[in-house]
Ligand binder design. Structure first.
Ligand SMILES: O=C(O)C(=O)C[C@H](O)C(=O)CO
Ligand SMILES: [Zn+2]
Length: 274
Protein backbone atom coordinates (compact mmCIF):
# COMPACT_ATOMS: atom_id res chain seq x y z
CA UNK A 1 0.00 0.00 0.00
CA UNK A 2 1.63 3.20 -1.18
CA UNK A 3 0.63 6.81 -0.81
CA UNK A 4 1.23 8.88 -3.93
CA UNK A 5 2.29 12.44 -3.07
CA UNK A 6 1.06 15.44 -5.07
CA UNK A 7 2.75 18.74 -4.26
CA UNK A 8 0.78 21.96 -4.11
CA UNK A 9 0.80 24.09 -7.27
CA UNK A 10 0.68 27.83 -7.94
CA UNK A 11 -1.87 29.17 -10.46
CA UNK A 12 0.94 30.78 -12.45
CA UNK A 13 2.20 27.28 -13.28
CA UNK A 14 -0.99 26.26 -15.05
CA UNK A 15 -0.44 28.10 -18.39
CA UNK A 16 2.89 26.29 -18.73
CA UNK A 17 1.49 22.81 -18.14
CA UNK A 18 0.93 20.58 -21.17
CA UNK A 19 -1.78 17.91 -21.14
CA UNK A 20 0.44 15.34 -19.42
CA UNK A 21 1.47 17.80 -16.69
CA UNK A 22 -2.12 18.91 -16.07
CA UNK A 23 -3.14 15.28 -15.69
CA UNK A 24 -0.15 14.46 -13.45
CA UNK A 25 -0.95 17.32 -11.05
CA UNK A 26 -4.76 17.38 -10.97
CA UNK A 27 -6.23 14.10 -12.29
CA UNK A 28 -6.33 11.01 -10.07
CA UNK A 29 -7.02 8.13 -12.43
CA UNK A 30 -5.83 5.07 -10.52
CA UNK A 31 -7.74 4.95 -7.22
CA UNK A 32 -9.84 1.90 -8.00
CA UNK A 33 -7.70 -1.18 -8.51
CA UNK A 34 -9.19 -4.64 -7.82
CA UNK A 35 -7.99 -6.11 -4.52
CA UNK A 36 -6.25 -2.93 -3.35
CA UNK A 37 -6.50 0.34 -1.45
CA UNK A 38 -4.81 3.10 -3.49
CA UNK A 39 -4.27 6.55 -2.02
CA UNK A 40 -3.05 10.01 -3.02
CA UNK A 41 -2.08 12.83 -0.66
CA UNK A 42 -2.32 16.35 -2.04
CA UNK A 43 -0.53 19.09 -0.16
CA UNK A 44 -3.51 21.31 -1.01
CA UNK A 45 -5.13 21.24 2.47
CA UNK A 46 -3.42 17.86 3.13
CA UNK A 47 -6.36 15.95 1.69
CA UNK A 48 -6.00 12.21 1.13
CA UNK A 49 -8.10 10.56 -1.58
CA UNK A 50 -8.30 6.76 -1.55
CA UNK A 51 -10.16 4.03 -3.39
CA UNK A 52 -10.82 0.54 -2.02
CA UNK A 53 -11.95 -2.42 -4.16
CA UNK A 54 -12.26 -5.50 -1.90
CA UNK A 55 -12.75 -7.91 -4.82
CA UNK A 56 -10.94 -10.84 -3.24
CA UNK A 57 -11.79 -10.39 0.45
CA UNK A 58 -11.78 -7.72 3.16
CA UNK A 59 -9.41 -4.76 2.82
CA UNK A 60 -8.19 -2.58 5.69
CA UNK A 61 -7.52 1.16 5.53
CA UNK A 62 -3.93 1.14 6.74
CA UNK A 63 -1.72 4.08 7.55
CA UNK A 64 1.32 5.31 5.60
CA UNK A 65 4.85 6.21 6.74
CA UNK A 66 4.36 9.74 5.32
CA UNK A 67 1.57 10.40 7.86
CA UNK A 68 3.74 9.42 10.86
CA UNK A 69 0.63 8.06 12.58
CA UNK A 70 -0.06 4.79 14.37
CA UNK A 71 -3.27 4.32 12.34
CA UNK A 72 -4.83 6.22 9.46
CA UNK A 73 -7.47 8.14 11.44
CA UNK A 74 -5.27 8.96 14.43
CA UNK A 75 -5.37 12.69 13.49
CA UNK A 76 -7.76 12.53 10.54
CA UNK A 77 -11.42 12.15 9.65
CA UNK A 78 -12.91 10.60 6.50
CA UNK A 79 -16.02 10.65 4.37
CA UNK A 80 -16.57 7.36 2.54
CA UNK A 81 -18.99 6.89 -0.39
CA UNK A 82 -19.72 3.55 -2.02
CA UNK A 83 -19.65 4.15 -5.78
CA UNK A 84 -20.06 0.43 -6.59
CA UNK A 85 -22.71 -2.15 -5.69
CA UNK A 86 -23.74 -2.64 -2.01
CA UNK A 87 -21.14 -3.73 0.51
CA UNK A 88 -20.15 -3.15 4.13
CA UNK A 89 -17.68 -0.95 5.98
CA UNK A 90 -16.74 -1.92 9.53
CA UNK A 91 -15.46 0.85 11.81
CA UNK A 92 -13.93 -0.40 15.08
CA UNK A 93 -16.18 -3.48 15.05
CA UNK A 94 -19.47 -1.81 14.00
CA UNK A 95 -20.64 -2.90 10.55
CA UNK A 96 -22.42 -0.43 8.21
CA UNK A 97 -24.30 -1.63 5.09
CA UNK A 98 -23.65 0.88 2.33
CA UNK A 99 -25.82 0.85 -0.79
CA UNK A 100 -24.58 2.55 -3.95
CA UNK A 101 -24.23 6.27 -3.27
CA UNK A 102 -24.45 5.89 0.54
CA UNK A 103 -22.03 7.81 2.73
CA UNK A 104 -20.26 6.94 5.99
CA UNK A 105 -18.51 9.63 8.03
CA UNK A 106 -15.75 8.13 10.19
CA UNK A 107 -14.32 10.35 12.91
CA UNK A 108 -10.86 10.90 14.30
CA UNK A 109 -9.68 8.12 16.60
CA UNK A 110 -11.30 5.14 14.84
CA UNK A 111 -8.50 2.63 14.70
CA UNK A 112 -9.75 0.09 12.19
CA UNK A 113 -11.77 0.54 9.00
CA UNK A 114 -12.49 -2.62 6.96
CA UNK A 115 -14.05 -2.66 3.49
CA UNK A 116 -16.02 -5.67 2.20
CA UNK A 117 -18.09 -6.54 -0.88
CA UNK A 118 -16.66 -8.09 -4.05
CA UNK A 119 -18.37 -5.56 -6.33
CA UNK A 120 -18.30 -2.57 -3.98
CA UNK A 121 -16.00 0.41 -4.66
CA UNK A 122 -15.33 2.78 -1.78
CA UNK A 123 -14.16 6.35 -2.32
CA UNK A 124 -12.45 7.86 0.72
CA UNK A 125 -11.95 11.62 1.20
CA UNK A 126 -9.88 12.39 4.30
CA UNK A 127 -8.59 15.59 5.93
CA UNK A 128 -6.78 16.45 9.17
CA UNK A 129 -9.13 16.65 12.19
CA UNK A 130 -8.69 18.47 15.49
CA UNK A 131 -11.33 16.54 17.45
CA UNK A 132 -13.48 13.38 17.30
CA UNK A 133 -17.02 13.48 15.90
CA UNK A 134 -19.19 10.35 15.95
CA UNK A 135 -19.22 7.95 13.02
CA UNK A 136 -22.51 8.29 11.11
CA UNK A 137 -24.12 6.86 8.01
CA UNK A 138 -26.29 8.82 5.55
CA UNK A 139 -28.16 7.02 2.79
CA UNK A 140 -29.06 8.51 -0.61
CA UNK A 141 -32.03 10.87 -0.12
CA UNK A 142 -31.43 11.25 3.64
CA UNK A 143 -29.18 14.30 3.43
CA UNK A 144 -30.24 17.83 2.63
CA UNK A 145 -31.52 17.67 -0.93
CA UNK A 146 -31.24 20.53 -3.43
CA UNK A 147 -32.77 20.49 -6.92
CA UNK A 148 -30.80 22.81 -9.17
CA UNK A 149 -30.53 23.77 -12.84
CA UNK A 150 -32.82 23.44 -15.80
CA UNK A 151 -33.30 20.85 -18.53
CA UNK A 152 -33.24 23.74 -21.05
CA UNK A 153 -29.61 24.43 -20.17
CA UNK A 154 -28.72 20.73 -19.75
CA UNK A 155 -27.86 21.13 -16.07
CA UNK A 156 -30.85 19.73 -14.15
CA UNK A 157 -29.31 17.98 -11.16
CA UNK A 158 -30.01 16.74 -7.64
CA UNK A 159 -27.51 17.59 -4.92
CA UNK A 160 -27.48 15.49 -1.73
CA UNK A 161 -25.50 17.20 1.03
CA UNK A 162 -24.33 14.53 3.49
CA UNK A 163 -21.51 15.96 5.64
CA UNK A 164 -22.15 19.69 6.13
CA UNK A 165 -22.86 22.41 8.67
CA UNK A 166 -26.51 21.34 9.22
CA UNK A 167 -26.01 17.59 8.69
CA UNK A 168 -23.41 15.07 9.77
CA UNK A 169 -20.86 17.00 11.82
CA UNK A 170 -17.17 17.02 10.98
CA UNK A 171 -14.06 19.09 11.66
CA UNK A 172 -13.38 20.18 8.09
CA UNK A 173 -15.06 17.92 5.58
CA UNK A 174 -18.07 19.06 3.56
CA UNK A 175 -19.25 16.28 1.23
CA UNK A 176 -22.16 15.20 -0.92
CA UNK A 177 -23.24 13.58 -4.17
CA UNK A 178 -24.65 15.35 -7.22
CA UNK A 179 -26.59 13.37 -9.83
CA UNK A 180 -27.33 14.75 -13.28
CA UNK A 181 -30.83 14.00 -14.58
CA UNK A 182 -31.10 12.04 -17.85
CA UNK A 183 -30.31 14.40 -20.72
CA UNK A 184 -28.45 16.87 -18.51
CA UNK A 185 -24.69 17.05 -18.82
CA UNK A 186 -23.41 20.29 -17.24
CA UNK A 187 -22.48 20.50 -13.57
CA UNK A 188 -21.71 23.70 -11.68
CA UNK A 189 -22.25 26.32 -14.35
CA UNK A 190 -21.93 29.27 -13.74
CA UNK A 191 -18.67 28.07 -12.22
CA UNK A 192 -17.19 29.27 -8.94
CA UNK A 193 -14.08 29.22 -6.80
CA UNK A 194 -13.86 29.28 -3.00
CA UNK A 195 -10.52 30.58 -1.94
CA UNK A 196 -10.93 29.13 1.53
CA UNK A 197 -11.15 25.43 0.53
CA UNK A 198 -9.75 22.76 -1.75
CA UNK A 199 -12.45 20.73 -3.51
CA UNK A 200 -12.22 17.34 -5.22
CA UNK A 201 -14.72 15.77 -7.61
CA UNK A 202 -14.91 11.97 -8.08
CA UNK A 203 -17.00 11.18 -11.14
CA UNK A 204 -18.98 7.92 -11.18
CA UNK A 205 -21.92 6.29 -12.94
CA UNK A 206 -20.46 7.36 -16.30
CA UNK A 207 -20.60 4.68 -19.05
CA UNK A 208 -17.16 3.30 -19.93
CA UNK A 209 -17.41 4.73 -23.47
CA UNK A 210 -18.14 8.29 -22.28
CA UNK A 211 -16.05 11.14 -20.84
CA UNK A 212 -16.37 14.35 -18.84
CA UNK A 213 -14.72 17.55 -20.06
CA UNK A 214 -13.68 19.01 -16.69
CA UNK A 215 -12.68 22.69 -16.52
CA UNK A 216 -9.99 23.86 -14.10
CA UNK A 217 -7.69 26.80 -13.47
CA UNK A 218 -8.27 30.43 -12.60
CA UNK A 219 -11.47 31.73 -14.25
CA UNK A 220 -9.53 33.94 -16.65
CA UNK A 221 -7.07 31.18 -17.67
CA UNK A 222 -8.90 27.85 -17.83
CA UNK A 223 -7.72 24.45 -19.03
CA UNK A 224 -9.56 21.15 -19.38
CA UNK A 225 -9.11 17.48 -18.52
CA UNK A 226 -10.84 14.55 -20.21
CA UNK A 227 -12.04 12.42 -17.30
CA UNK A 228 -13.35 8.83 -17.25
CA UNK A 229 -15.57 6.98 -14.78
CA UNK A 230 -14.23 6.69 -11.22
CA UNK A 231 -11.54 9.29 -11.76
CA UNK A 232 -11.06 12.29 -9.46
CA UNK A 233 -9.92 15.87 -10.02
CA UNK A 234 -8.16 18.01 -7.38
CA UNK A 235 -9.21 21.68 -7.52
CA UNK A 236 -6.97 24.03 -5.51
CA UNK A 237 -8.69 26.99 -3.85
CA UNK A 238 -8.01 29.24 -6.86
CA UNK A 239 -9.45 26.83 -9.43
CA UNK A 240 -12.92 26.61 -10.89
CA UNK A 241 -14.37 23.07 -10.95
CA UNK A 242 -17.03 22.51 -13.52
CA UNK A 243 -17.67 19.94 -16.20
CA UNK A 244 -19.79 18.74 -19.08
CA UNK A 245 -20.25 15.05 -19.87
CA UNK A 246 -20.92 13.23 -23.10
CA UNK A 247 -23.73 11.62 -21.06
CA UNK A 248 -25.26 12.10 -17.62
CA UNK A 249 -23.37 10.93 -14.52
CA UNK A 250 -22.94 11.44 -10.78
CA UNK A 251 -20.07 12.83 -8.77
CA UNK A 252 -18.90 13.02 -5.17
CA UNK A 253 -17.87 16.59 -4.33
CA UNK A 254 -15.88 17.03 -1.17
CA UNK A 255 -13.99 19.93 0.37
CA UNK A 256 -11.71 20.76 3.29
CA UNK A 257 -10.22 24.01 4.47
CA UNK A 258 -11.10 27.18 6.29
CA UNK A 259 -14.89 26.96 6.65
CA UNK A 260 -17.85 24.64 6.07
CA UNK A 261 -20.32 27.08 4.48
CA UNK A 262 -21.64 25.37 1.35
CA UNK A 263 -22.72 28.76 0.00
CA UNK A 264 -19.24 30.27 0.31
CA UNK A 265 -18.68 30.44 -3.45
CA UNK A 266 -17.28 33.24 -5.58
CA UNK A 267 -19.39 32.82 -8.69
CA UNK A 268 -17.98 33.64 -12.11
CA UNK A 269 -20.13 35.11 -14.86
CA UNK A 270 -20.04 32.79 -17.88
CA UNK A 271 -18.95 35.76 -20.03
CA UNK A 272 -15.84 36.29 -17.88
CA UNK A 273 -14.45 32.77 -18.37
CA UNK A 274 -11.42 32.49 -20.62
O1 LIG B 1 -23.60 20.48 -9.31
C1 LIG B 1 -23.13 21.35 -8.58
O2 LIG B 1 -23.34 22.57 -8.77
C2 LIG B 1 -22.32 20.93 -7.44
O3 LIG B 1 -22.43 19.82 -6.99
C3 LIG B 1 -21.36 21.93 -6.90
C4 LIG B 1 -20.50 21.38 -5.80
O4 LIG B 1 -21.30 20.95 -4.78
C5 LIG B 1 -19.56 22.43 -5.33
O5 LIG B 1 -18.70 22.85 -6.09
C6 LIG B 1 -19.66 22.90 -3.95
O6 LIG B 1 -18.70 23.88 -3.69
ZN1 LIG C 1 -17.21 24.24 -5.29
Amino acid sequence: MTLQIRHATHPEQVPGFDTAALRRHYLVDDLFVPGAVNAVLTHHDRIVLAGARPTDGPLTLGTYPELRSEYFLERREAGIVNVGVPGTVTADGTKYELTSGACLYVGRGVREVVFEGPEAAYYVFSAPAHTAFPTRQVNPGEGNRLELGDQQTANRRTIDQFIHADGVQSCQIVLGVTTLHAGSTWNTMPAHTHDRRTECYLYFGLPETERIVHLLGEPEETRHLLVADRQAVISPSWSIHSGCGTSSYSFVWAMAGENQAFGDMDGVDVRDLR
